[in-house]
Structure formats: C-alpha cells, structure tokens
Write a new protein. Structure first.
Length: 176
C-alpha cells in the first residue's frame, strides 16, 4: 500500500494502549507491538491507560523531540468500542472528562490537560490525503473532529490520535 508522504526525514513514534474498562484486549496493543519492527518506526510501545502513566512515558520523548533537529511525529492509536470504522482524529481537546477511572483510579472531570495550551489543537498532518488513500484501499475510515463525543471528551482525548512538533519544536496537535 503506497500512501502519499512528503519525502522528509521524520522520527516516527507510535503508541498503543493497554486494557481499559470494557476493552480487555485492546487492538492497539497488538498494532503497537507489531510496528516495533517496522523500519520507518523509530519506536513503538504500549501505554498504560492512565494520565500519570501517559505523562511518565511521553514527557521524556517530548523533551527529546523538542531538543532534536529532526522532525518528530507521534502517532497515538486509540480504541473506541462503539465504532466500526477507523477514525482519523483532526482535533484534540485540552480537557479531560473520564466516564470511568483510569488504570490508576483517577476520574477526571473537566480537568485541563496542559495549562499553557489552547482548548483544542488541530493536527498538522494531511489527514484528508491519508483518508482518501485509505478509502481507495477499501478501508472503512472517517475523518473526525471529536475524539469521543461532542459532550464528553474522555480518556481518548488525553492522548489524541496524532501529535507532532511545530517549527519551534513545541508539541502541537492532540497531546496532553
């Protein structure tokens, strides 16, 4: 499968999630594990579904990416047990509302994720192009501007689908 990609060197970091609530076997665990051996992926690993676990795992990578001259793209794979299609998230929201406790027992209610970031952040990746390419391959895929529900931005927004660094090496797009 050939996807339109700009020919620039990037460091690609992929994450999946472990079990959470009713999702005891998270398909993103398998995807992240399989991508460890992909030659274009710098690193790929599984995150614990908890605010503290995500921060502990990703903050060192964000700091490294900020200091690196190479472009870094973070691809965060999530699961929504209520959908039958692949959702390419265009927007991440800087508010955490959890329907149930995370894996460390925290239940966020209208918690700002990063104090000095805007309320919502759009990805800089060309998701419309990726959407068209995936559709052409016969996959069920949709563009989304809401990682969970219009009224309830849940754990999936803690780490949205995609994040990258802008020209000033500042994390942008859906990230905590």
């Amino acid at each position: 499968m050939n996807y339109p990609i700009q020919h620039i060197m990037v460091k690609l970091i992929v994450t999946g999630f472990g079990k959470f609530g009713p999702v005891l076997i998270n398909p993103t665990t398998k995807l992240a594990t399989q991508l460890k051996d992909d030659p274009i992926v710098h690193t790929s690993f599984v995150l614990e579904v908890s605010a503290q676990g995500v921060r502990a795992a990703l903050e060192p990578l964000w700091a490294e990416a900020k200091d690196d001259d190479e472009t870094t793209v973070f691809v965060h794979l999530g699961v929504h047990d209520g959908t039958k299609t692949i959702l390419l998230e265009q927007v991440g929201y800087n508010i955490a509302n959890f329907r149930m406790p995370d894996e460390q027992g925290w239940v966020a209610q209208n918690e700002v994720i990063v104090a000095d970031q805007p309320d919502s952040i759009r990805t800089h990746l060309p998701l419309e192009t990726y959407h068209a390419a995936l559709k052409a391959e016969g996959l069920q895929v949709e563009l989304s501007t809401d990682p969970e529900d219009e009224q309830l931005h849940s754990i999936k927004t803690l780490l949205g689908l995609l994040s990258t660094l802008d020209d000033a090496n500042t994390p942008v797009a859906a990230h905590p």
